[in-house]
Design a protein around this ligand. Structure first.
Ligand SMILES: *Cc1c(COP(=O)(O)O)cnc(C)c1O
Ligand code: SF4
Length: 358
């Protein structure tokens, strides 16, 4: 059995506020992230109080989300991601991923809080298992960005472990079940844990001999590239188990600026890097967008893994693209790019033994 190292307990609360000067660069950047829809528009050169902007918003069909929606799922956009959005363009595919819209409070038939059956898959606090051989840890509730289409936007994170001692039941369960060969760090975003906490949790899992791989599902290398530090690479390459990174970019414009360097650094460290994207109306539901995304990924050495059909989570209906359109796009994509550049178009259907290929 893995035991609980004291170091983790001394500094255990993920949300604890520490002295700003003690924080790593990426944490300081995060503290300065944009946290409201109005501020987001202002930073893109659009003053929401200006009648001309109001007219533009009206023409584009944009009404910002109400306060109740925003309290439950606030706006969060780091500066670095913001810098890849074209000022003044209300149709910018990156802006569309983070701009909170009034549609989020619509009740749409078929769209429910837990569309993917996460709660039924909870095996211990913080640990989900849906598929043979791999378990998924809700390593933290925090993210560096709030994607408005997020399938875990209603996840009851408050009930999940924060201190390492709270992880003991999950660690014991993994240690006692030799069929578990892969542990997926998810969340939230597992790279929101600082290096000390990440190292402690990774080491505890790495000590379990039958765990062959530790996978990280993270959007930080894309949205907050400064998180990819030499220390992080040392941590990831220092574990006994094979580390695998699955990043999350939906549009080619995300693959620009510092993000390129972060992805190259990961790839050059020898860690396999895969990408998962979500098919999103108004963001990437066209052939050129998907082609550019996949081409830029493979040019960086990042393999397109999955293109997900949107999970039907409450508040995200306006992001849903037609499944037939998705199939059609994937077929056309295959006629344009090498075979290895084509992600598998999948949907998560609760109760199935794997993500379902469409
Ligand atoms: C998606 C998912 C996985 C990973 O599935 P792969 O097909 O191995 O990428 C694992 N566990 C849960 C609970 C998931 O939702
Ligand atoms: S980074 Fe992932 S978990 Fe976080 S809001 Fe975006 S989609 Fe959801």
């Amino acid at each position: 059995m893995s035991s609980v190292p004291d170091a983790f307990l001394a500094n255990s609360d993920v949300s604890s506020v520490c002295d700003l000067s003690q924080r790593a660069g990426w944490q300081r950047e995060l503290a300065q992230a944009v946290r409201s829809g109005e501020e987001l528009l202002r930073r893109l050169g659009l003053n929401p109080d200006d009648p001309q902007t109001q007219q533009m918003l009206q023409i584009a069909g944009i009404q910002l989300a109400d306060q109740d929606t925003l309290r439950r799922f606030p706006v969060l956009v780091p500066e670095n991601f913001l810098s890849r959005i074209t000022p003044g363009d209300l149709h910018d595919p990156l802006l569309r991923q983070v701009l909170p819209l009034a549609q989020e409070s619509l009740v749409v038939e078929g769209f429910v809080p837990d569309a993917v059956g996460d709660l039924d898959a909870r095996r211990t606090p913080g640990m989900l298992q849906k598929y043979a051989g791999r378990v998924l840890l809700i390593a933290t509730s925090a993210c560096a960005i709030h994607c408005r289409y997020c399938f875990r936007r209603d996840y009851p994170y408050a009930e999940e472990p924060r201190r390492l001692q709270d992880w003991q039941p999950a660690l014991d369960e993994i240690a006692a079940d030799s069929s578990v060969t892969e542990v997926i760090f998810s969340g939230g975003d597992p790279l929101m844990l600082n290096d000390a906490r990440l190292q402690t949790l990774c080491s505890a899992i790495d000590q379990i001999p039958h765990v062959e791989r530790i996978r990280f599902h993270t959007r930080l290398p894309i949205v907050l590239p400064s998180r990819v530090t030499a220390e992080l690479i040392a941590l990831l390459t220092g574990i006994r188990a094979q580390a695998i990174m699955v990043v999350h970019a939906n549009h080619g414009n995300e693959l620009a600026g510092d993000c390129l360097h972060a992805l190259r650094t990961l790839v050059q460290s020898g860690i396999p890097v895969l990408n998962q994207a979500v098919l999103l109306a108004g963001v990437n539901d066209n052939l050129d967008a998907l082609e550019t995304l996949c081409r830029r990924l493979i040019n960086l050495g990042v393999m397109p893994y999955y293109l997900h059909q949107l999970d039907r989570v409450s508040g995200t209906a306006h992001f849903e693209a037609n499944r037939e359109l998705g199939l059609h796009l994937i077929q056309q994509l295959a006629a344009r790019l090498p075979g290895y550049a084509i992600p598998r178009f999948v949907q998560e259907i609760p109760g199935q033994p794997n993500k379902t290929a469409l």
